[in-house]
Design a protein around this ligand. Sequence first.
Ligand SMILES: Nc1ncnc2c1ncn2[C@@H]1O[C@H](COP(=O)(O)OP(=O)(O)OP(=O)(O)O)[C@@H](O)[C@H]1O
Ligand SMILES: [Mg+2]
Length: 226
Amino acid sequence: MPVIETVGLSRTYDSPAGPVPALIDATLCVHAGEMVSLIGPSGSGKSTLMNLLGLLDRPTSGRYRLNDQDTASLGEKERTRVRSHTIGFVFQAFHLIGHKNVTANVALPLMYVRHKRSARRPLSEEALSRVGLSHRLQAMPHTLSGGEKQRVAIARATVHRPALLLCDEPTGNLDTVTSNTVMGILADLAKDGLAIVVVTHDHAVAELTDRTLVVRDGKLSDHVST
Ligand SMILES: Nc1ncnc2c1ncn2[C@@H]1O[C@H](COP(=O)(O)OP(=O)(O)OP(=O)(O)O)[C@@H](O)[C@H]1O
Ligand SMILES: [Mg+2]
């Protein structure tokens, strides 16, 4: 089943110097169970596309179906609701809350979806076990390694069982060995049915995904390996 389906998606920013066509006619389909990487030079339009896919921004033109639902017709409230139920976000800088322990960090997104308070802890522990951190449930973030922090961030981004996981440079702060571990965890989550889009500038990381798309000057194309 397609989780992401875009047709001719475009985003032009207004700037004092005139319009900036940051994304031009992007057509893309990502299925459940698939992990796709986006590579491309700085300023090519990767974040622009991720912001549209994450419902953080609206396209200037084109269509975006998320989980079989046309997103153009959604009002601001519905967009927020769809975002907090259907999408998870992972960033380069982990963004854990320093004074809360690992389980409490992971439980945070559950405050925005309708869940019994009593279900929060078991769901959080399940998410942490999926990333191999069942032995660190009570740990404070500052006692974790970079790779462990990113695994907590992944648990937090998936605790509500989203259909789509958007990752912006998830391995940007990690060494090669730890990057591979984190990419392995993402691959396992994809195998479980999640659709994942990973922005990376690291070709070795892109190689670990099912398919790589290149963004250049706002245009999306399939990666042709050389
Ligand atoms: N809010 C904005 N207003 C005007 N121009 C913008 C805005 N956001 C991005 N741009 C421009 O749109 C183009 C694409 O930017 P985008 O942030 O999508 O690139 P990127 O591929 O994510 O780059 P990086 O790898 O550096 O993160 C760039 O030319 C950028 O300057
Ligand atoms: Mg960017």
